[in-house]
Write a protein that binds this ligand. Sequence first.
Ligand code: GLU
Length: 584
Amino acid sequence: MSKPRVRFAPSPTGALHIGGLRTALYNYLFAKKMGGEFILRIEDTDQTRYVPGAEDYIMEALEWTGLALAESPKIGGDYGPYRQSERKSMYADFGHQLVKNNWAYYAFDTAEELDAERLKVESDGGTFSYNVHSRGNLKNSLTLGEKEVKALLDAGADFTIRLKCPADEIVYVEDIIRGRVEFQSNLLDDKVMLKSDGMPTYHLANVVDDYHMKITHVIRGEEWLPSTAHHVLLYRALGWEDQMPQFAHLPLILKPAPASYINPKKVDGLTEKFTSEFFKKHPDFTLKSKEQVYQMIRGILLDVKDISNRVQVKPKDKEDKIVIKEFLKSTLFGKLSKRDGDRLGFPVFPLSWQGEKADDHFTGFQEVGFDPKALLNFLAFLGWNPGTDQEIFSLEELVESFSLERIGKSGARFDYEKAKWFNQQYLIHGNDQEIAAQLKPMIEEKGWTASDEKLQKVASLFKERASFTKDIPDAALFLFTDDFSYDEKNGRKKWKAAHAEKNHALINILKETSDFSAENLETIIKGFIEENGLGFGDVMAPLRIAVSGKAGGPSLFDILALLGKEKTVDRLEKGYAHFASLQV
Ligand code: GLU
């Protein structure tokens, strides 16, 4: 078999959603696994949806995550250009060739005529589609005489070229993930291939380019599955059937389970957000007041256990209830949308994005503090699994274990807690020296200083308890400054007047200790506790709060060693005096 060639073919219509990044990842993994090529093609034929900056964003996101490309608009390659806007001239001929071969036709209907037809059909309770049933009654080269068509073309009349979907046929695709998927050709719409401005639609450009770029496998989102019927027909119509790539349609990424983010504490805030979104979507809704809508949404959110049932429309529901339920259903279930991140407080884009509109600003996984390797590991599991218990995979290991056959058909639920868990795992297993290097500027920004050695020690002690490197400076604040406050509640609770004398005696022992290593401190302090018949908490708890302000944290002996004798003794004296003062 020749080397597989796969492409990631995003349209630069905005920031790349993590669903897009997952598509890129699966294409990359498949290409690498099979010793093939991973290519980037920018599908920018629809100028009305073009967003400046989106193409750069896509490339930066791929660079950040390390998904290396073999060919791209930037790198070039033997099958370029890799931007469809630069390939414009080649598409129209294929459109006309389709007409010549009786696989397509010219359609002269104006937008107004089509609207009128749509209205007519809808008023009879139907849905309009330009297809095998309707095309015989519309204004196209199948219904007009040859002369009339020529006259229209000569006069420069506007036309589109539509694919002539065959009648009474089962069109099918053997999808690698879904198996055989069949489409009844009579139900297919005669999609536009060439628009009236001479530009191809996505369908024509996509197939023409996949063929010319010798793409062997098309791995893309499930939303393209219905169009695949047309693509299969196009390969046949253009005489390229034997070169048709294999298809693999990836499952959707679904919104997080409502119970993972709705809880009594968050209900009010979420209700407010959802109510205002509801009125934005239904500005003319007058069946209920804002307060009534708020209360209804709140009631449903509070019943989170039964929420999927609560948003189902029941036969007895009146119109107001139906509208609110439908809104909540689409807000809480279904495909993960770019708005979900904003709404629920997690990123859905790899990098931050600043669109032109005020509501088109998003924080990315990068800015939140994710390691791109952890993000890829997380994304790999959104739809694929290795069939073993192993969860942590380097990119190389993912390549090794990956197969399209192990991708599931059903939607994969986005789970932000799991994403954080992956990042934490990467942090825990990360190199202390590298973490220390990342910590350095963060520490300096706060106006603190620390040696590289100390930062490495901090990294090794605190990484176990952080999801992100950037959480560490605040957690370890007391190691860089004396300006920290005590957890007063615990300070009062853990300080026992009965043990005050002994705790002070321990300070004196520490003062005399010359070996202030964690090991020696452990021996001394544990020995002291035992000799004096004290409980572990009687000594360790006030000690910890006095030196760090907090009741929890990494190994206390390591902390004391890192602070050094002078600071430890000083803080214990101050802290114990303070705790004693809280008792009165
Ligand atoms: N341009 C399409 C998109 O943005 C590509 C779909 C495909 O891979 O064929 O999703």
